[in-house]
Design a protein around this ligand. Structure first.
Ligand code: ATP
Length: 327
């Protein structure tokens, strides 16, 4: 929902070059889908709105968020959500007091003393980024406590960061015009804390990065593992068919998850480096696939016997052998 014009924070609307502090360039594989996500994110940020990339583990939320942040050509601040994080980490806090005493005894008969006490404050990472106009990537933000994330409400809506706990001087900071922010989250982790993050989610544009299409996933595997795209396609199909085991529709006990693209990249990379043929009929390849995926499948199929899980995975691989022969 777009908020009223006058409430729109001015941050995010400009971009300035500052290549020294950009994160190192990691080449993304740019399928039409990823290109679309990157360009939409850049448009939304430029218009002054925060962007939220959501999707299951391993779909590339962090990689894409960092790539978009780098393209803004502003310094990038990376914050990783966690339960321990608090306002002090984000805004900053007191580090102590500085006491200054000056004694003037220049004329022996006159004794003059002046004493001054000053509170020392150190800016937290978010405050620093807000002041300096960084692009913030707040990764896995739902892992932080809702009380901590409340801090972002006025920042997102009004472009103002409240300085809770600061006793003297400024009580809030207005965001630098170049400030912008991207969030990432995994919907499987909303359980239990989704409600309390609703107000925050209402203030962002959310781009859904559900499991990637075949072209994107195959391209990423080929690029990251340095294998031929046809071989990457075999690994993709195999991991996809294993991922489709125990979906929630088929099994009431299923619990999200399943092997991500990381498992596929590992399989392709190890096969390449260990000269294992990427061929589902090859015993060594078969064993490698099983090692890379069985645990996430086992955890997903809650209550399933371990032996049954292994058998189901092997069956999925066997189907791939048959499918491959047909094709
Ligand atoms: N478009 C892409 N091009 C190249 N590599 C990619 C791309 N997308 C994802 N990857 C690679 O896939 C892996 C997972 O990506 P990433 O960590 O960004 O996913 P994520 O969705 O943030 O995962 P999680 O939710 O578990 O943190 C990484 O090794 C990353 O380099």
């Amino acid at each position: 929902m777009r908020v009223k014009e006058r409430h729109q924070p001015s941050w995010g609307s400009r971009s300035k070059k500052n290549p020294e502090s950009s994160p190192p360039k990691k080449d993304l594989f740019l399928s039409p889908f990823i290109k679309g996500v990157v360009s939409r994110s850049l448009h939304y940020l430029s218009a002054g709105f925060p962007v939220h990339l959501t999707g299951p583990s391993g779909v590339g939320k962090t990689s894409v968020a960092l790539d978009v942040a780098r393209k803004r050509e502003r310094p990038v601040t990376f914050i990783h959500g966690n339960h321990e994080m608090n306002n002090r980490d984000l805004i900053g806090g007191f580090t102590g007091y500085t006491r200054r005493k000056m004694v003037d005894n220049y004329i022996r008969t006159v004794y003059k003393a002046e004493e001054e006490m000053r509170e020392d404050w150190q800016d937290g990472r978010l405050l620093h980024a807000v002041r300096k106009g960084h692009t913030v990537v707040y990764d896995e933000f739902t892992r932080s406590r809702p009380e901590t994330n409340n801090l972002f409400l006025s920042l997102l809506e009004e472009g103002v960061l409240p300085l809770y706990g600061k006793k003297e001087g400024e009580t809030f900071v207005r965001a630098h015009p170049d400030f912008s922010i991207l969030f990432t989250s995994n919907p499987e982790e909303y359980v239990g804390n989704y409600q309390s993050q609703d107000a925050l989610l209402d203030r962002m544009l959310t781009i859904d990065m559900d499991f990637l299409d075949e072209e994107t996933e195959t391209g990423i595997i080929a690029k990251k593992a340095g294998v031929d795209p046809r071989k990457a396609a075999i690994v993709h199909r195999l991991v996809k068919s294993v991922r489709e085991l125990y979906t929630e529709e088929e099994n009431d006990n299923a619990d999200g998850g399943g092997p991500s693209i990381r498992a596929a990249i590992m399989i392709a990379q190890i096969a390449k480096e260990s000269d294992i043929p990427i061929d589902p009929a090859d015993q060594a390849f078969h064993a490698l696939c099983l090692d890379a995926v069985w645990l996430s499948v086992y955890r997903r199929g809650k209550g399933m016997k371990k032996q049954q899980v292994r058998w189901d995975i092997q069956e999925a691989i066997r189907k791939e052998v048959k499918g491959g022969k047909k094709g």
